[in-house]
Design a protein around this ligand. Structure first.
Ligand code: MG
Length: 382
């Protein structure tokens, strides 16, 4: 039987790649959501014939409704519309590839509906990891990570028991600025930043890879997904992006997952788990690769990496504040309003002003802190 899936964030980078996998594997698409791009959403809807499409942007939803007026495809609008369609969908698996904090409530909706969650939206776990994981346990919902590092760890964890884990080894490409000093980083441009050496990704995550904020978020993501303290998660710079991450066990065995970097493999693993199927993606030729290198991250030039650990330990809404400030700062950088090094300045200033965030407990508290941090970060951008 063909799998039925929903793809949230289907017009984005990972979403588009999830649709590639659906084409190759013959999954039935039951529901897709998009952001603002109604023209692309129309093409997706006409190709895959889902039951429903939702657009986060209200104007885009109206435009799509008009574009699809000759079909019976239902068009919903806004975050609320996305969440309602997730709950109503008769799919087996929800692939959440929404970008940023906007992915949190759809994650909760997927968990509450008891469908498998193939999670690419790391912000769900960064912002509210404790709540998300607790809710998934209560509802008996499986969360299978799509983020390449976490997919690698998930696969490597099949080799041992939780108590046998010594540490997780999270690999990082190091981004385009590996080896640069703080002084050199003051002069880098937007074009320099968007030239990622190994992964093809959206602009936001490409910038986060350059600041290592992405790796910081991935520490928080891994800590929640696998119940491992950030103290036991080591970041290792691995320029080739071939070892996607690994687990070290107490008997010194390191078990890792190797392949050419391609998000489509991660999506397929999460949807088809526990089965594996052949793919039409190129396979890794180790002798052609020849060698792999490993190094330590420079936490002084890239301070956002350790900032993520600090936010995790301070708890409450601190990681959500970090994420919100980073989203605002990166957007300002992409629009040419601030420099590369200003990103961490905006993040630090915002974080310092939000000391009360650590006392947040509920989802509502976290969402309120997220809003407040965004407003504050916008002031620092000015
Ligand atoms: Mg990743």
């Amino acid at each position: 039987m063909n799998k039925r899936i929903a793809v949230l964030g289907a017009t984005g980078s990972v979403g588009t790649q999830a649709l590639d996998v659906a084409r190759a594997r013959g999954y039935k698409i039951d529901f897709v959501s998009g952001g603002r791009n109604a023209a692309l959403a129309e093409r997706i809807a006409r190709e895959f014939r889902p039951t429903a499409v939702a657009m986060a942007d209200l104007r885009a939803a109206n435009e799509l409704k008009y574009r699809l007026r000759d079909t019976s495809i239902r068009v919903s609008a806004g975050l609320k519309g996305i969440c309602e369609e997730v709950e109503a969908s008769e799919c087996d698996t929800v692939v959440n590839a929404i970008l940023g904090g906007a992915g949190l409530l759809p994650t909760i909706a997927a968990i509450d509906s008891g469908k498998r969650l193939a999670l690419s939206n790391k912000e769900s776990l960064v912002m509210a990891g404790e709540i998300v994981m607790k809710r998934a346990r209560e509802k008996g919902t499986e969360i299978i990570p799509v983020d390449s590092e976490h997919s690698a760890i998930y696969q490597s964890l099949k080799s041992g028991k939780p108590l046998e884990i010594r540490r997780l080894i999270l690999t990082a490409s190091g981004g385009p600025f590996y080896g640069k000093s703080r002084a050199e980083l003051e002069r880098v441009t937007l074009d320099d930043t968007l030239a990622h050496p190994t992964w093809k990704m959206g602009r936001k995550i490409t910038v986060d890879s350059a600041t290592l904020m992405n790796k910081g978020f991935e520490i928080i993501e891994a800590a929640h997904l696998f119940s491992v303290s950030p103290d036991k998660i080591d970041v290792v710079i691995h320029r080739e992006s071939i070892l996607h991450s690994a687990v070290e066990y107490i008997d010194n065995a390191i078990i890792g997952q190797f392949s050419l970097p391609d998000m489509r493999a991660c999506v397929q693993y999460a949807v088809d788990y526990p089965d594996r199927f052949e793919t039409n993606l190129p396979s890794l030729d180790l002798t052609a690769l020849g060698r792999m290198t490993f190094g330590k991250p420079d936490t002084e030039a890239f301070p956002l990496l350790n900032m993520a650990k600090r936010a995790f330990f301070e708890g409450g809404a601190c990681p959500a504040v970090l994420n919100a400030a980073d989203e605002v700062a990166v957007e300002a950088f992409l629009n040419g309003r601030i420099s590369f090094m200003d990103i961490s300045r905006v993040v630090f200033n915002t974080y310092d002003m939000m000391r009360g965030a650590r006392y947040a407990r509920t989802l509502e508290d976290i969402i309120a802190s997220d809003k407040e941090a965004r407003e504050l970060a916008k002031k620092y951008v000015k």
